[in-house]
Design a protein around this ligand. Structure first.
Ligand SMILES: Nc1nc2c(ncn2[C@@H]2O[C@H](COP(=O)(O)OP(=O)(O)OP(=O)(O)O)[C@@H](O)[C@H]2O)c(=O)[nH]1
Ligand SMILES: [Mg+2]
Length: 613
């Protein structure tokens, strides 16, 4: 039975093409807010880190009403590292709005999300957004989208998608560019007419797939998902179907439906809607809530495998425990295991050392977000350099590959090609549009891209655009050269002095300020040549009887290079760690003692892996 009173849709696109902004428009124009209520931009990006970074990290749902039809909208992230969120969201919906920037056109993540939507046979509405951009090239972009559909093997039905041209910022959507329109009514109508209501059966055994988890300090854990069939009732008991067992006699403490950004308490829900419940413990994403006597679980959610792994260590550096609240093995283990309950694309694996955990995910940004979140919660820990996850296929070692798409100024082609070749990249396409900018495409092992982004930004002076797309596995490429500069390493505990910092000017670039507390083995800067250098950054100028001539004061102290968490993760080599505490991010050698480091190096055994095994 089709339920015509409901529509469930996801908004999918490449990063920054305007999904969350379009949801603002739909919320505003559906009367969700009071008149004259002040609404902040990108209201669905509600997490602190989403606001700070200006990107969506987790998919979230909201519900609006249009002519008494309830439209559940899932806003998804566009960054490739959070692709698992898109895959998860597509389980909840009966259609998708594919958003494409009117100037940038379809980009790698457009391809990824569209492929996932087409595989599920979802009807698509194409939204060409940012038509107000002065560099918009709307006709060409439309052609490129058709090409993409064909390339992905879309059926004829799928290709006959409606097209809406939008300015999401102003909340305008039209079918012809010269139409004089000042609202999104056409988009609402197109959603209602193109995307079918959910095909469900209220009389069937109830089946609710837990698709995301939320937490409310008042009611505890909340499960969100779509009631695929049947009815759920506050006064009845249900079975929780987990991966390996079924647990009977579960009761809700609350049932909710969504309205705008709010959850509304309700006693009974019908199938087809996106709903939430509280009160059942030990739930994970992928579990089904079903009938108490004869449950029928739904297939568990599958997402692409992780490609990157990092080791999370209990903090054992000399300053450990100085400002963190949670630092023990148990704290770290519990926190990481809690994360995988709500984050489908992460995996946590115990290593043979109890104080080291392996976390697997989709990319460095996803890892950085997890690390930053834990840090803000009061955790202290250390992480290693990200590694790619290899597999064995036909008795051969294979590693993840990536396609990289670059849009760079013409004069940077030489340097970028050289850098990527060093990292085992192979150019597969070059297009010079004659506008001074060139599009390059490389095939490269993912390993070669670790730490490349900041290098790329420096080399292109911020004028380059880089996108990447996972491209299966390729035969292991052998060693790839790492950072070719060494580290400046403190050789003792103490406080960095002005005198010693001035002395570093010809050695390299410092990461720490004068006055920073350091310990032996802590990395205080990047050396301007190969090999690490142990230095005394705490040295004081010897006092003499003669008064100094004042020449000290005239030598300017170069400002230290302030490294963000993301940059630190990119910077470290295999024998180094990033130490994270709520107040500090420090870099260090795995082995802090310089004599032992020298010995290890001599034996040429020194690498992250050997330290672990
Ligand atoms: N000029 C113009 N800018 C827009 C339009 N829509 C969105 N933007 C801007 O584009 C930027 C990205 O918008 P978001 O809504 O965050 O994009 P997103 O697709 O949700 O991004 P992710 O969730 O991180 O993938 C913001 O600076 C918006 O103000 C538009 O129609 N015209
Ligand atoms: Mg967004």
């Amino acid at each position: 039975m089709r339920k015509d009173s409901i529509r469930n849709i996801a908004i999918i696109a490449h990063v920054d093409h305007g999904k969350t902004t379009l949801v603002d428009g739909l919320l505003k124009q559906s009367g969700t807010f009071k008149k004259h209520q002040n609404i902040e931009d990108r209201i669905m990006d509600s997490m602190d880190l989403e606001k700070e970074r200006g990107i969506t990290i987790t998919a979230k749902n909201t519900a609006v009403f249009y002519n008494d039809i309830k439209i559940n909208i899932l806003d998804t992230p566009g960054h490739a590292d959070f692709g698992g969120e898109v895959e998860r969201s597509l389980n909840l919906v009966d259609g998708a709005l594919l958003l494409v920037d009117a100037s940038e056109g379809p980009l790698p993540q457009t391809r990824f999300v569209l492929k996932k939507a087409l595989n599920k046979d979802l009807p698509i509405i194409l939204v060409i957004n940012k038509i107000d951009r002065t560099d918009a090239r709307i006709g060409e972009v439309l052609d490129e989208v058709y090409d993409l559909f064909i390339d992905l093997g879309a059926s004829e039905n799928q290709i006959e998608f409606p097209v809406i041209y939008t300015d999401a910022k102003k909340g305008i959507g039209k079918s012809k560019l010269d139409d004089n329109v000042d609202n999104l009514t056409l988009l609402f109508k197109t959603i209602i007419n193109t995307i079918p209501g959910p095909e469900v059966n209220d009389d069937h055994t109830p089946q609710f797939l837990i698709t995301s988890l939320d937490y409310d300090s008042y009611v505890g854990q909340i499960a969100v998902g779509r009631l695929n069939n049947g009815v759920l009732d506050m006064n009845k008991s249900y079975t929780l179907c987990k991966k390996k067992e079924n647990i009977k006699n579960q009761k809700f403490s609350a049932l909710y439906t969504f309205q705008g950004l709010k959850k509304i308490l309700i006693d009974k829900v019908d199938s087809g809607d996106i709903i939430a419940f509280a009160g059942i413990e030990n739930i994970s994403i992928g579990d089904t809530i079903s009938d108490n006597e004869s449950p029928i679980p739904l297939p568990r959610i599958k997402v692409d495998e992780p490609t990157v792994s990092m080791l999370f260590y209990v903090n054992d550096s000399p300053f450990s425990g100085m400002d963190g609240k949670f630092l023990t093995t148990r704290h770290l283990s519990e926190r990481l295991n809690k994360e995988i309950l709500s984050n489908v694309s992460l995996q946590v694996i115990n290593t043979e050392k109890p104080n080291i955990f392996e976390v697997r995910g989709r990319g460095e940004l996803q890892m950085a977000i997890l690390i930053e979140t834990m840090r803000r919660e009061g955790y202290e820990f250390m992480v290693s350099k990200p590694q790619v996850i290899t597999k064995t296929e036909n008795r051969k070692k294979v590693e993840p590959m990536e396609k990289v798409f670059l849009d760079i100024p013409e004069e940077k082609v030489g340097i970028i090609t050289e850098k990527l070749s060093e990292r085992k990249g192979k150019m597969t396409n070059l297009q010079n549009h004659g506008t001074g900018r060139v599009n390059l495409e490389f095939s490269i092992p993912s390993r070669g891209l670790i730490g490349f982004r900041s290098q790329f930004m420096t080399d292109t002076q911020g004028a380059g655009i880089m996108n990447k797309l996972f491209d299966g596995f390729g035969e292991w490429f052998g060693p790839i050269p790492q950072r070719n500069s060494g580290a400046l390493v403190s050789d003792r505990k103490g406080k960095a002095t002005t005198y010693a910092s001035l002395g570093m000017a010809d050695r390299g670039e410092l990461f720490i300020k004068v006055g920073t507390e350091v310990y032996e083995g802590m990395i205080i800067g990047e050396r301007n040549r190969e090999g690490d250098l142990n230095v005394n950054i705490t040295k004081e100028k010897k006092l003499t009887n003669m008064r100094a001539s004042g020449s000290d004061n005239t030598v300017p102290l170069r400002l230290e290079k302030q490294m963000s968490l993301d940059q630190c993760i990119e910077f470290i080599a295999e024998d180094e760690l990033v130490e994270i505490t709520p107040e500090f991010i420090r870099l260090r050698k795995m082995e802090l003692n310089q004599t032992k480091r020298a010995l290890l190096k001599k034996k040429e055994k020194y690498s992250g892996k050997i330290v672990l095994k």
